[in-house]
Write a protein that binds this ligand. Structure first.
Ligand code: SF4
Length: 244
């Protein structure tokens, strides 16, 4: 099989080819097209096992980059480790190069349960780790789990995009799916949700209450993330990062 390089694949052409494909078909196309140049990213969040299952089925051992900010829920770390063992996943965990607890006090974040400056925290503890992970892995393309119905920004995305920040193609197989579609796939394949999903957390990031809360009445999707703030993205799905 001939593996394509990014320069050989134009996003417009890739989007035309994948326009009528289902998410598992898009993943299969990505595996066939990019082979060992393909990785995926995962937060091991609420519904993460949906895309992980598709990718791991099409390409057992696909590298899964997992960004550990140092502020994740203990349940996330346990969930990741449990899934890694149960499905024999090739999880590559990336950390900050500083001590994340010391970072808080040095940067005036005196209460670890909240964040005063979310942009600075995401920049130092998430985006810098993501950028280092992508430089280290240097993929031609990567699979990510974003969906159009999650935010205004995500509704403007294409399934395949050239990502200037990483130099790789960002592929979003689930972009056109809803949480109902995800649920049906997860039920069909008996896939587990993150344990906090059962407690009303539909989008799970870091554990400060500024950053992740269970949904309140009338909320849905990602409204538990940075609730009450303008912030909608941690930045790893923005071409320029957060607060950069
Ligand atoms: S989501 Fe919150 S705790 Fe995590 S890196 Fe961003 S601001 Fe910091």
């Amino acid at each position: 099989m001939t593996t394509m390089t990014k320069s050989q694949i134009l996003p417009q052409e890739a989007n035309r080819v994948t326009a009528d494909m289902t998410p598992p078909e898009i993943v299969r196309w990505a595996v066939d097209t990019f082979a060992s140049g393909l990785i995926m990213t995962s937060s091991f969040g609420a519904e993460s096992m949906c895309l992980i299952h598709m990718a791991h089925t099409a390409m057992p051992g696909i590298p899964i980059a997992f960004i550990n900010t140092g502020y994740l829920f203990p349940q996330t770390l346990l969930f990741m480790e449990t899934m890694r063992r149960q499905y024999n996943l090739n999880v590559l965990e990336f950390h900050t190069q500083h001590d994340p607890i010391v970072w808080l006090s040095v940067n005036g974040e005196t209460d670890p349960r909240t964040r005063r400056d979310v942009e600075a925290c995401c920049r130092a503890n998430k985006n810098s780790v993501f950028d280092r992970a992508m430089q280290s892995l240097s993929p031609v393309a990567w699979l990510r789990g974003v969906r159009a119905d999650q935010s205004e920004h995500r509704s403007q995305m294409q399934v395949v995009e050239a990502n200037r920040r990483t130099g790789a193609l960002a592929i979003s197989p689930l972009l056109r799916w809803t949480s109902r579609d995800i649920h049906q796939y997860m039920r069909l394949h008996a896939l587990p949700y993150h344990p906090l999903w059962h407690e009303g957390y539909t989008s799970i990031g870091c554990n400060p209450e500024t950053c992740t809360r269970p949904l309140a009445d009338g909320q849905d999707g990602r409204q538990g993330r940075w609730s009450g703030l303008d912030k909608k993205e941690c930045g790893i799905h923005l071409d320029q990062g957060a607060g950069i």
